[in-house]
Design a binder for this molecule. Structure first.
Ligand SMILES: Nc1ncnc2c1ncn2[C@@H]1O[C@H](COP(=O)(O)OP(=O)(O)OP(=O)(O)O)[C@@H](O)[C@H]1O
Ligand SMILES: [Mg+2]
Length: 226
């Protein structure tokens, strides 16, 4: 079985207005996919359906072989442990240090202190922020904060990493650095889905592009390498 995400005739309405209409989509394990489309196209909605922060109005969604469409709310936290998420606005806790922000995902699963410390240091070092490990997010640059958010998202070795406009608030140089990190994470086996309205960036970094417009799937192209 190669598919990690399957959408079967999925629609999502907000107050009877469709945000996504009849989406059929398969994303395979190990893919590096960009979800593109203009503002309001439904990119964030599609990610929310995978993360189960929204439920589809119609259709079925399968993630890693499990039909999550009607998953009980009580099962969602366990399901989310296999996912990593990165948001445009980082969503870091300002009153906690870099170490503490990244450690949260391991504390939740009850790992012991020593293992948490070792793993957090390893990942924070990997994103290049060891010198800031005791800093608080408000004292970090945008690119540094985004690297903390990425460290937090990958701390549990997720099978799937979802990112919503992860470079939307960064200058082009920093955006490039962040995209290289995502590439490296993908090379280690994690499937990655990144929502962005920046089609040029999508085409620069992947050949696997899903384009939405007004809630409909316009294309899913596997552009050949040039
Ligand atoms: N919670 C909500 N309640 C009502 N309507 C919503 C809600 N969330 C999204 N929508 C609507 O659904 C449509 C798709 O929104 P979505 O956020 O998925 O778009 P997007 O492609 O992520 O856009 P952007 O590039 O601006 O982030 C929009 O018309 C939006 O107004
Ligand atoms: Mg969005």
């Amino acid at each position: 079985m190669h598919a990690i995400i399957e959408f079967h005739n999925v629609s999502k309405c907000y107050n009877s207005t469709p945000a996504l209409s009849d989406i059929n989509l398969t994303i395979n394990k190990g893919d590096f996919v960009f979800l593109t489309g203009p503002s309001g196209a439904g990119k964030t909605t599609l990610l929310k359906l995978i993360f189960l922060s929204e439920r589809p109005t119609e259709g079925e969604i399968i993630v890693n072989g499990v039909n999550i469409t009607r998953m009980k709310s009580s099962a969602i936290p366990h399901f989310r442990r296999k996912l990593g998420v990165v948001f445009q606005d980082f969503k870091l806790l300002p009153g906690k240090t870099v170490f503490e922000n990244v450690a949260l995902g391991l504390e939740i699963i009850g790992l012991n202190r020593k293992l948490i410390k070792r793993r957090v240091w390893q990942v924070v070092k990997w994103v290049g922020l060891l010198q800031k490990i005791d800093s608080y997010p408000p004292y970090l640059s945008g690119g540094e904060q985004q690297r903390v958010a990425i460290a937090r998202a990958i701390i549990n070795n997720p099978m799937l990493l979802l990112a919503d406009e992860p470079t939307g608030n960064l200058d082009p140089g920093l955006a490039l650095e962040i995209m290289k990190l995502f590439k490296a994470i993908n090379t280690r086996g994690t499937t990655i889905v990144i929502a962005t309205h920046n089609r040029d960036m999508a085409e620069t970094f992947s050949h696997n592009i899903v384009a939405l417009s007004h809630g409909r799937l316009l294309e899913h192209s596997h552009l050949s390498a040039s």
